[in-house]
Design a protein around this ligand. Sequence first.
Ligand code: URA
Length: 231
Amino acid sequence: MVRLDKFLCDCGVGTRSQVKDILKSGRVSVDGKVERDGSRKIDADTQTVTLDGESLNCRGRVVVMLNKPAGYVTATEDKNDPTVMELLPEAYKHLELKPVGRLDKATEGLLLFTNDGDLLHRLISPKKEVPKRYYARHEGAAGPEDIAAFAEGLVLGDGTKCLPAKLEIAGPGESFVTVCEGKYHQVRRMLACRGLPVTYLERRQEGEITLGDLPRGQVRELTEAEISTLL
Ligand code: URA
């Protein structure tokens, strides 16, 4: 818990005396209610503090990973389906985190979120896309000719050209696929065009970041060292 006036100073809203005036003028709200008392203690992790209606975040850059379960769409809002935003714990709700790229509703595994717009654009920019590794179960069995076709760069049924990608055979009907781009339904379409339709897909790794033992549906924050590997 921290005093509201200290929180506002730490967020760079102004000096102590400016913050006093700002509070007096009723521009600050805590959880939707105007608060003028700077000595009031707040919990910056769970409470939302706004200045002129804009929520304040003192935490700077935050990156979290979710182990996404199937059944959730990667969107901030959706009329029909639950969204990945609903899986973020209360403490992260006011940080305005955005998903980095997307996973299909049926796909499970590693999904990053950040409140840092520059980092987000960097991670999804086609020029800088980090390698993403997926585990897939599929019908049929992949062979050396599929590995070669992936390495060459597949052309999908509709003419879409894919960058060279890596296919590793994990067992009969099981493969790992590593891609450096994020086209719509990319891994499913790549395997399908080789006659290997996907029955299960999970993202395991993005750059150096791996899911590790994070349980399905759970979230954890990336450390600064992990974040620096993405930069
Ligand atoms: N490729 C897909 O086909 N689906 C995903 O969710 C991610 C990559």
